[in-house]
Design a binder for this molecule. Structure first.
Ligand SMILES: Nc1ncnc2c1ncn2[C@@H]1O[C@H](COP(=O)(O)OP(=O)(O)OP(=O)(O)O)[C@@H](O)[C@H]1O
Ligand SMILES: [Mg+2]
Length: 259
């Protein structure tokens, strides 16, 4: 069957909103659905790499590819689970923001690096976990993506944060006109918090169908899973968090067909 690979950047300039958790568990849940997935860990913290049970491997990140030291195929690592692969992060990426900002091809560099993998049509999804900033790494990831998935928390000033990132998406369209806002997903939801419903209503009113029906509840098993190097959908498949991420992946697949 022919696969039309989709590249999804998971981005939000705000830290700790659930980007990495969403990247890892969306990828894992998709792999359970027999989709082939490549997670690209672009955050020097390497949390996605660790949460998938791998370690930082010096020289084997996208950094090595961008620096021209490595072919991208060499950096793709399988995980313990079928269909689930990762390009790990490493310490070098910490200096990348500054180094990359001086490159003339800074906006195209990730798109060019990933192109051979995308063209090969082996993966259904390339899921890029972005660092929490509006810097050059994130801009370059957006320039490489077909669409952006934004995880947010339903809390005070959520709309302000969304304005920042949607502005970035608009600006990147000058180099990547096909870039879409793929969707917004609420993470770490606590329905008993007073503001939650109000914020959700406001975001849904403004962004309509871009907002995923599925929301991810705050759930302790989700936060325990990374220390086991296992996505929660494998670690505790019956937990509320795992069930939510599986439902989310289902909705995501329907919106992002690849075959
Ligand atoms: N649904 C959830 N329930 C409970 N804890 C969660 C949930 N989602 C994420 N967390 C925890 O919240 C913290 C931040 O999540 P995560 O690392 O995914 O955010 P991030 O946006 O990638 O952060 P950063 O901006 O630093 O990259 C982590 O400790 C994670 O385990
Ligand atoms: Mg992260």
């Amino acid at each position: 069957m022919e696969i039309k690979t989709k590249t999804i950047a998971i981005a939000n300039q705000k830290g700790g909103v659930g980007k990495t958790t969403t990247a890892v568990n969306l990828a894992a849940a998709l792999s359970q659905r027999h989709r082939t997935v490549l997670v690209v860990d672009l955050d020097p913290q390497a949390h996605a790499t660790l949460a998938l049970g791998l370690e930082k491997t010096p020289g084997y990140s996208l950094y090595g590819v961008l620096a021209g030291e490595r072919a991208i195929d060499e950096t793709i690592q399988p995980t313990k689970w079928n269909n689930l692969n990762v390009i790990p992060s490493e310490v070098n990426l910490a200096g990348a923001e500054l180094e990359f900002s001086m490159r003339e091809d800074r906006l195209e560099m990730i798109r060019n690096a990933v192109k051979p993998v995308k063209d090969a049509g082996v993966f259904d999804y390339i899921i890029i976990d972005c660092p929490p900033s509006l810097g050059v790494v994130m801009a370059s990831a957006l320039a490489a993506a077909d669409s952006v998935l934004i995880p947010i928390q339903a809390e005070f000033l959520a709309m302000d944060g969304l304005a920042l990132i949607t502005n970035s998406i608009e600006r990147i369209k000058t180099v990547n006109p096909a870039l879409e806002l793929g969707g917004i997903v609420f993470t770490m939801v606590n329905m008993s918090a007073r503001l939650t419903q109000d914020v959700m209503n406001e975001v849904r009113e403004h962004f309509g169908e871009k907002v995923y029906e599925t929301t991810i509840p705050r759930n302790v098993r989700v936060s325990e899973a990374p220390s086991m190097g296992t996505p929660v959908v494998f670690f505790d498949p019956r937990s509320k968090g795992a069930e939510a991420y599986k439902a989310f992946a289902w909705e995501f697949m329907a919106k992002n067909p690849t075959r």
